[in-house]
Design a protein around this ligand. Structure first.
Ligand SMILES: Cc1ncc(C[n+]2csc(CCOP(=O)(O)OP(=O)(O)O)c2C)c(N)n1
Length: 624
């Protein structure tokens, strides 16, 4: 659609308004990244007033186009964009409170703001999230909203971006546009490729994208490039925009433009002069109403999603919890179309394959790219479009810890399911053994951590996860076991289970997964020796069942043993010790994987590394 000269001038003026507000806000804050905003001004102007369709009064409307500012440090230009667009809360006064304690506009975007879907600022994560949103739009919602993601050129060095480029190319996400703001400069140095736009072009094309080199300060060229993107089918488009950091028209920012030393710095003494020069050539009330979206989607429901059928196992049937995960996810999928599964080429090990076989259209193979796997999950779950269950070997979630950490700031609603927990996997050896995963997930604020020990509790953990807002982690295990619970057992978030108890218990033993079964064996051995122990299945490590743990510790004279297939730091022992830390007269003896494990039969490794039934017996005898 052609744009008349009046509107072209308005887009140029809006770009300058964006610069002015970014400079004013960062000057008022005396911190922030004005020059990173200035290079992006024309791109943002065209996006917000010509290209994107959205309802400014309903920023989270499911029909709106999405915008992810991956280079989150350019937050002031995003805030300025919503101010100009007419967001009721983003007043000029608020812009000038940027970064103040308690003010709505923080240093980097977070979803505390209704026009932000995910937190950005840890560079290299936005494109995965955008790809997850675009995948959801194209394949799940089958709607016409489009997704736009702006990245810095320095940021593009992060490998996670290229996982996302690969993913989006593979899945032909033609509703996704990445915009590279190639302003040549990073934080402490020029970027590796500086203004070599042809190299960027070759790279994005090699990943199956349609690359277009654009002068990022030319609104006419930008409009044409976005039109070309819309006309491009079966490929995502990347606008490779050549820009200048600290740029303003007609050398208004001379001495700053395209120079090192201005990253992350307000303009200080220079601000007044630069602002006066920009304002002198700008219509500061220029405005074009943003285009409206097509309204086809309604808000998703938030109803309880239950298993389509209760757990059903025979008394002597031995089933691994990883297998029960697949069974449970399939059952949840039968109950709600919002349940989606995704995995990183391990679905036959994690048993996500059971879900995929039943619902191939609701499963995303993300290949061996775990950072992107988590980012895609976060994007899919945005605006409550889906409830993503993300599975891989638990050890490999550590590669995506930063995405998970940012996911917490993003208020992400993802369910991470890690298989191959601990040394009990045996022969594969230490590279495949998750021995840090519980510690990692327990640090996530507002997160929930389940460690089911039998197929029944696994099925219920999956059901609880689907209905628990936020980041939920479920640890699954490879060894098989019989059920320790009846089929109709009820489970709750934050509640553990007492499996063995008497009026004469000497020690409380807390375990989960394979070590719970070791604890049950130890119980039998000790009983023969006349020593009763109380056995607790912790089931939920976060939030921990402090009341139950305190009551059990009190009932067993303050003597507690924890046993876990995890390194000593941050797992079950950590959770129990923290819960009991202010109770006097309590001793927590922590059995955990000592030393560096090697390959071998699982049972042998439990013995060698100090977490088998015999070690539990010895620990209890020592305490009792
Ligand atoms: C993962 C990560 N590493 C480092 C930083 C610190 N940092 C913030 S901005 C920046 C430079 C970004 O350069 P570029 O992507 O080119 O963006 P520009 O500001 O030039 O637009 C750096 C190193 C960060 N925020 N995230």
């Amino acid at each position: 659609m052609a744009v008349d000269s009046k509107n072209l001038q308005a887009l140029k003026d809006i770009a300058n308004r964006l610069r002015v507000y970014s400079i004013e806000a960062t000057s008022a804050a005396n911190s922030g990244h004005p020059t990173s905003c200035m290079s992006a001004a024309e791109i943002i102007s065209v996006l917000f007033h010509k290209e994107m369709r959205y309802d400014v009064s309903k920023p989270r409307d499911p029909n709106n186009d999405r915008f992810i500012l991956s280079k989150g440090h350019a937050a002031p230009v995003l805030y300025a964009a919503w101010h100009i667009a007419g967001h009721k809360d983003v007043t000029h006064e608020e812009l000038l409170k940027l970064r103040q304690y308690g003010a709505m506009l923080e240093g980097h975007p977070t979803p505390k703001l209704d026009f932000v879907d995910v937190a950005t600022g840890s560079l290299g994560q936005g494109l995965s999230v955008a790809a997850g949103m675009a995948y959801t739009g194209k394949y799940f919602d089958k709607a016409d909203y489009r997704t736009y993601c702006m990245l810095g050129d320095g940021e593009s060095a992060e490998g996670s971006n290229w996982e996302a480029f690969s993913f989006a190319g593979t899945y032909k996400l033609d509703n996704l546009v990445a915009i590279l703001d190639i302003n040549r400069l990073g934080q402490s140095d020029p970027t590796a490729l500086q203004h070599s736009v042809d190299v960027y072009l070759a790279r994005v094309n090699a990943f199956g994208w349609h690359g277009i080199v654009v002068d990022g300060h030319d609104v006419t060229a930008l409009i044409a490039a976005f039109e070309e993107a819309k006309a491009t089918k079966d490929k995502p488009t990347c606008l490779v925009c050549k820009t200048y950091k600290g740029y303003a028209w007609d050398n208004a920012a001379e001495g700053i433009n395209d120079l090192m030393g201005w990253h992350g710095k307000p303009l200080g003494d220079r601000a007044a002069d630069v602002l006066a020069k920009i304002k002198a050539q700008t219509n500061m009330s220029a405005f074009i109403p943003p285009p409206n979206p097509n309204v086809t989607l309604t808000e998703p429901g938030t109803e309880f999603i239950g298993l389509s059928a209760p757990p059903s196992y025979k008394p002597d049937e031995k089933v691994a919890t990883r297998k029960a995960y697949g069974t449970a996810l399939k059952k949840l999928g039968e109950s709600s179309t919002r349940i989606v599964g995704m995995d990183g080429d391990t679905k036959n090990s994690t048993f996500a394959i059971t879900f995929q076989a039943a619902f191939p259209d609701r499963f995303i193979e993300c290949f061996i790219a775990e950072q992107n796997l988590v980012g895609v999950g976060i994007g899919c779950g945005c605006r409550k479009r889906t409830i993503p269950f993300i599975s891989t070997f638990s050890a490999f979630f550590t590669r995506a810890f930063d995405q998970i950490r940012m996911g917490a700031i993003s208020q992400a609603n993802i369910k991470c399911v890690g298989s191959h927990a601990g040394i009990s996997i045996g022969e594969d050896g230490p590279s495949q053994m998750a021995l840090e995963d519980l510690a990692m997930f327990r640090t996530i604020p507002t997160g929930t951590v389940f460690y089911p020990s039998d197929p029944v509790s696994m099925e219920r953990a999956v059901e609880l996860a689907a209905n628990t807002e936020g980041i939920v982690f479920i640890r699954s295990s490879r060894p098989t076991s019989v059920c320790v619970y009846p089929m109709d057992e009820k489970f709750e978030v934050g509640k553990s289970k007492v499996l063995r108890q008497s009026a004469d218990d000497k020690v409380t033993v807390v375990g989960a997964g394979v070590t719970l079964h070791e604890a049950l064996q130890a119980y039998e051995t000790l009983k023969k020796d006349g020593i009763n122990i109380r056995v607790i299945d912790i089931f939920c490590l976060k939030p921990a069942d402090s009341d139950l743990l305190k009551a059990s510790a009190a009932a067993t004279g303050g003597k507690v043993v924890t046993v876990e297939d995890h390194y000593p730091e941050g797992g079950i022992g950590g959770a129990v010790a923290e819960a009991l830390s202010e109770v006097s007269g309590v001793t927590v003896k922590r059995l955990a994987v000592n030393g560096m494990p090697s390959s071998g039969p699982g049972a042998k490794l439990l013995e060698v590394h100090g977490i088998s039934a015999s070690h539990i017996v010895a620990a209890c005898k020592q305490l009792a």
